[in-house]
Write a new protein. Sequence first.
Length: 190
Amino acid sequence: MGFLMRHISFARNPGFTGAPDLSALDGVVASEILNAMSEASSRLSRLNIRHGLIGGLAVGAYGVPRATKDVDFLVGDEAFVQHAGGVISIAPGVPIQVGRVAVDTLSIFVGEEHLGASISVPKNESVPVVPVSTLIYLKLKSPRAKDSSDIVELLKVGVSPQYVRNYLKKNAPVLYAKFERLVVIAEEES
C-alpha cells in the first residue's frame, strides 16, 4: 500500500475522535492510580495551578490505554517557588505522591512557551489532559523507546500526522525528522 493510502487510513479510523476520554483507562489502569490522578488534579486546582495530564495516562485517554505506575502533569510556573541564588523548589501543597502513587510534575522550560496554552485550571472536577500534539511533542523530546512506541501507537489509532506536523513546524522543527521516522513505522505496522 502506498504512503497516500496508509495516510488516509489513519484519518478514517472511526474510533479516534481527537478528544481525550479518561474512561478508556477503566479496567486497564489500577484504580489506585486513577484515584491518585483525580486527587492530584483536584489539589492542583485548589492551589490555582495550571496543569494538564501527560505521560502514559494521557496516552491512554487518547486511545492507547496501558498500565502505568505514576501520574504525570505538565504544570505552570506557579507550581514552583524561586528562592535567592537561583534555587527553585516545588510550591507548598503541590502533590508529589498520593497514597503510594508518585505524582511527577514537569515544568515549562525557556523556549517552550507554546506549552502554556496546553494547561489550565479546570472549572469543574475534571482532570485536564493536554492536547495530543503537546503530548507527542513531549514524547518526542524523550530518548526512551517507550515514548517513541507510544507515538507510533497513537498514530495507529488515528492521530493525524498532519496535525502533529503543523504543530511541530510552528513550535519544534528540530523534532520534525524524528516524528517522520515514527510515522513511517506506524504506517508499516498498520
